[in-house]
Design a protein around this ligand. Structure first.
Ligand code: IMP
Length: 178
């Protein structure tokens, strides 16, 4: 484990160790096993950033469950009202299901805030969010996060699936920009 690393033009220092992350991921999975013991939830992991978190979390689940992956693409609209978010790969039936979104990090909250109504249109029985990281000081869109790994300061992080301009996803730890 390196205490300081370079990714592109920036220096990052270690913020969460592999052991810290793994311990927390296991604790979240245990909470989910308890809360959903009598249900058959469908997890929807949002790519790309959540792929490692989703895999580790999923391995600790002992309940009857399924997982699907989607990619969100946001486009700058012609109108000043903001971005349009399109989901790629949402090919599973959500109606009547207990759906749990897996997100790597909630920053401003814009991505999930815009995407949730599209999921609600499918009338799932319930809809909850699991986020590994949350930057409460940066969050501007009202969201209820049901399971959060770590609340972190409003500083850019990489590692454990999160990237800086495409790099750093393979790091086992989470690093914060210096
Ligand atoms: P939001 O819509 O502002 O909440 O941003 C959500 C997305 O931005 C996340 O799913 C990440 O892909 C990306 N993101 C936000 N903050 C960071 C960070 O500190 N490191 C890497 N990616 C980030």
């Amino acid at each position: 484990m390196m205490s300081a690393i370079r990714v592109h033009d920036k220096t990052f220092e270690i913020y969460l160790s592999e052991a810290d992350i793994q311990k927390r991921v296991k604790a979240i999975a245990e909470a989910l096993n308890k809360d959903y013991h009598d249900k058959r939830p469908l997890f929807i992991a949002i790519l790309n950033g959540s792929f490692i978190f989703a895999a580790d979390l999923f391995k600790h689940l002992t309940i009857d469950t399924e997982i699907s992956f989607i990619k969100l693409a946001s486009y700058k609209g012609m109108k000043s009202t903001g971005n349009v978010i399109t989901s790629i790969g949402l090919d599973v039936e959500l109606f009547g299901k207990d759906v749990i979104i897996i997100e790597d990090i909630v920053d401003t909250g814009k991505t999930l805030y815009n995407f949730l109504p599209k999921l609600k249109d499918h009338h799932p029985a319930s809809l909850k969010i699991v986020a590994l990281l949350h930057k409460p000081d940066a969050t501007k869109f009202p969201l209820t996060l049901d399971y959060v790994g770590f609340s972190i300061p409003d500083k850019f992080v990489v590692g454990y699936g999160l990237d800086y301009d495409g790099k750093g996803r393979n790091l086992k730890e989470i690093y914060q920009v210096v």
